[in-house]
Write a protein that binds this ligand. Structure first.
Ligand SMILES: [Zn+2]
Length: 68
């Protein structure tokens, strides 16, 4: 579908937006995001999914920090 123009698309399952950031798959697995099966090492996320990921991890840290 997508031409190989050097533009990577988001690795979240069902998403085909342009990649904004790349993070490790391990980190993503700790969040609610579901990655495409072929994504094993680093996950490339679009702006929206990166924001979602960041929001979740921030939430986790906050909970830890509060000691709940
Ligand atoms: Zn995405």
């Amino acid at each position: 579908m997508a031409a190989d123009s050097g533009v990577k698309t988001c690795d979240v399952s069902g998403c085909s937006k342009e990649t904004e950031r790349s993070i490790s798959v391990k980190q993503v697995k700790g969040s609610n995001l579901t990655l495409k099966p072929e994504c094993v090492r680093s996950a490339h996320l679009c702006k929206d999914h990166y924001r979602e990921f960041k929001k979740e991890t921030k939430k986790d840290r906050k909970l830890e920090h509060l000691g709940y």
